[in-house]
Design a binder for this molecule. Sequence first.
Ligand SMILES: C[S@@+](CC[C@H](N)C(=O)[O-])C[C@H]1O[C@@H](n2cnc3c(N)ncnc32)[C@H](O)[C@@H]1O
Length: 202
Amino acid sequence: MINIIGLGPGEFNYLTKLGEKLIYSSDVLIGGKRNLESIKDFKGEKIVLSTNLKEILDYLKTNLHKNISVIASGDPSIYGIGKYLSNNISHENLNIVSGISSLQYIFSKIFVDMNDVYITSSHGKVPDFDYILNHKKVCMVTDNKIGPHEICKEIINRNLNKIVVVGENLSYQNEKITIGKAEDILSINNFDMNVVVILDEQ
Ligand SMILES: C[S@@+](CC[C@H](N)C(=O)[O-])C[C@H]1O[C@@H](n2cnc3c(N)ncnc32)[C@H](O)[C@@H]1O
């Protein structure tokens, strides 16, 4: 069986009990380097997930007899490896275990409900900001090309009144949540790994 397990936003206590149980009973654990390091005292084999997903797919397909867990940050079905593996491995061999997404985590921290939120990402694409900024409540996972600064410039260019929330290193000890208008966020120099929430001003 291939498990795809969401680890939650990062801090180990956010991992579900089921996820933890499946991880520690696996023969093989596959994941990004940092995610693998977060799983202490694992007795089986650890394989670092390469950027070549086809390689991992081939490995999984030839090792279906093993008990393998692929670990992913947050929820694997939100801009994670869940989509690729669900599309390429027969579902009777696959078990996806949800985790708490960094997006869910930030909404809890700022006491805003997630009803009707538009979820999107800037990873590997040019976002359609006309479409995105037309929503009242948006949450974006970002990358180092399009992050808080680029988002805020798009807001300012359109003269929109939005509140922007940047959640960095969520759930880790160096977590930082900054809330402000686009101009305030633009005046901050650097951001670590982050998600951005964009809300209509009330
Ligand atoms: C490939 S996406 C994975 C999202 C993940 N599946 C989830 O549900 O949170 C990676 C992006 O998620 C966001 N992210 C994941 N964990 C985070 C954390 N602890 N703090 C801030 N942002 C995080 C960042 O935008 C990062 O670039």
